[in-house]
Design a protein around this ligand. Structure first.
Ligand SMILES: Nc1ncnc2c1ncn2[C@@H]1O[C@H](COP(=O)(O)OP(=O)(O)OP(=O)(O)O)[C@@H](O)[C@H]1O
Ligand SMILES: Nc1nc2c(c(=O)[nH]1)N[C@H]1C(S)=C(S)[C@@H](COP(=O)(O)O)O[C@H]1N2
Length: 496
């Protein structure tokens, strides 16, 4: 990932073609995009290019990486918008988007009808992806290389006069409105339109800046950024994620289908950083879910072990939540050499805390944070996202929840404890402090002894966290009483 220079527009260019990506023919999509953008845009631009097949998860992963990691302000895709079975670019775009901008698709089809009657076959969309501190516009263009200039630039008459404006005319102002850099264009290629009020506001700001520069003696107050690139705060993940080896991003693993009672739909999502995630939508996805619960599995458990959880929670008058069931990765643990076991981190010492697997704990925290960001980016408000889990999953929920920059709906930890406890005071974030925590534990737990959980609850409470503590006549497991308390906690914090 490169750093972004102030004022520079970062544009992701994605050519989506089975045959070009396999080398069957030469890719003409990216060169056509570079050629048009270079001709049209007169302000500084940096391109980030990707050539990928018509594969929905590859497209989603690429778009998320371009916006979230590469910090692209604009992403232009080409290809995969038609009606054939392999054309899935619009679906992938909307899956990672927070809001659609239907005008882009409508205008492109209107423009394209001037060139080909088959323009109506393109299902292209324009959409925003908004994450904390950053947003990008994603626009699908058709796959025909000549369609790129046609849709971006529009229709011109014999004298070069504009008959129908292309979609790029609206892009600079859209990028202004989402907080991106100022884009200027060459009117001979594409006249960018901005309302007069926007041009006036920019003029005024520039002259204020020029005046401040001309009078350096005056101790100028630093001006808040207006409409420019928002200042990037280091995210919790950036602080906690150890660098991954080159090529460490593994392909998404497609696990066995989940048995779900009650006829719920099951969808496997392309998870953040290749975590195995199953999404369970309430009422078969017909109703919008009031909240999302990210359920983190424990050591040696599988999300299949918790498949009845959504039913149980709603039967106990909990919300009809959307569940993201997350498997811990498969690791070789010190206690079981040569064997892969599901675990978020190793336990190299004899006890839980005499020696801790810090790199893996921090890496898991980064991955879970990314998944939460992804759920938020898909439109679920953070105050409606809950991090929950059992055993090591509970421990990761506590560790990750406390380190969030922005508050979540809540953290629910059953039979867990806070790993790397002594780092909490320095690392707890304002979002973590403002998130309500529920900690439930069995009094006879021999795997995570009760004092560990008590210590975690005390530590969080001392740092100002609102902690609900419950102790049960139980071992290292949880039953109906704990689930009823969880449902009650969800009702209470969601105020319904
Ligand atoms: N990246 C590309 N480079 C060159 N030509 C392309 C490219 N993408 C598409 N085309 C041309 O435009 C046509 C229509 O594009 P479309 O996206 O529907 O591709 P396709 O027929 O689904 O095949 P593929 O995905 O293998 O490119 C293609 O058949 C090909 O002739
Ligand atoms: N401007 C323009 N739009 C166009 C075309 C074109 O040649 N020019 N081709 C059309 C055709 S033939 C198809 S099938 C759809 C979908 O194209 P895609 O699957 O290559 O994205 O885009 C349509 N839109």
């Amino acid at each position: 990932m490169e750093t972004t220079n102030a004022g520079e527009t970062v544009i992701g260019l994605v050519s989506i073609s089975d045959r070009a990506s396999a080398g069957t023919y030469e890719d003409k999509g990216i060169p056509a995009l570079v050629e048009w953008c270079t001709r049209a845009i007169t302000t500084p631009v940096r391109f980030v290019k990707r050539l990928i097949p018509d594969d929905r998860y590859a497209i989603e992963r690429t778009l998320v990486a371009l916006v979230d990691d590469e910090r692209c302000d604009l992403v232009l895709t080409t290809g995969g918008t038609g009606p054939s079975r392999r054309d899935v670019t619009p679906e992938a775009t909307l899956a990672v988007a927070t809001r659609e901008l239907p005008g882009f698709g409508e205008q492109m089809r209107a423009v394209s009808l001037h060139f080909v009657p088959t323009a109506i076959l393109s299902r292209q969309v324009g959409a925003l992806r908004e994450i904390p501190g950053h947003a990008a516009l994603i626009v699908n263009l058709p796959g025909q290389p000549k369609a790129i200039a046609e849709t971006l630039g529009g229709v011109r008459g014999p004298e070069g006069e504009q008959i129908v404006p292309g979609i790029f005319a609206a892009i600079p102002y859209c990028i202004d409105l989402i907080g991106g850099p100022w884009i200027e264009t060459d009117p001979a290629v594409c006249r960018a339109f901005r309302p007069k009020s926007a041009l006036k506001a920019r003029q005024e700001r520039l002259s204020r800046e020029a005046q401040a520069e001309a009078a350096p003696a005056a101790p100028a107050e630093p001006e808040p950024p207006q409409g420019g690139r928002p200042q990037q705060q280091p995210s919790a993940e950036a602080l906690s994620e150890p660098p991954e080896a080159e090529g460490a991003r593994r392909a998404f693993v497609d696990p066995a289908p989940l048995r779900v009672p009650g006829g719920r739909t099951v969808e496997i999502t392309p998870a953040a950083e290749q975590l195995e995630v199953f999404r369970l939508d309430p009422a078969g996805g017909r109703l919008p879910a009031p909240c999302a619960i990210v359920w983190l599995g424990g050591m040696g458990t599988d999300v299949h072990d918790f498949s009845e959880l959504p039913e149980q929670i709603s039967e106990l008058r909990g919300p009809l939540a959307q569940f993201y069931m997350v498997n811990a990765p498969q690791l070789e643990l010190s206690a079981t050499p040569g064997k892969l076991v599901r675990a978020w981190y190793d336990l190299p010492g004899r006890g839980l805390s005499d020696e801790e697997d810090e790199p893996r704990i921090r890496q898991a925290c980064g991955r879970i944070t990314r998944l939460v960001d992804e759920i938020a980016a898909r439109g679920m408000p953070r105050q409606r996202i809950f991090l929950a889990g059992f055993s090591q999953g509970a421990s990761m929920a506590l560790f990750t929840g406390a380190r969030q920059e922005l508050a979540l709906g809540g953290v629910i930890a059953l039979s867990g404890y806070l790993p790397l406890a002594e780092s909490l005071t320095a690392e707890i974030r304002s979002g973590g402090r403002a998130t309500p925590f529920f900690i439930g534990h069995g009094a006879y737990d021999e795997i995570v002894p009760l004092p560990f959980a008590e210590h975690s609850a005390r530590l969080l409470a001392q740092l100002g966290v609102n902690v609900t503590w419950r102790e049960y006549e139980a071992e290292h497991d949880f039953g109906g009483e704990a689930l009823a308390d969880v449902a009650g906690f969800l009702r209470r914090v969601m105020k319904y």
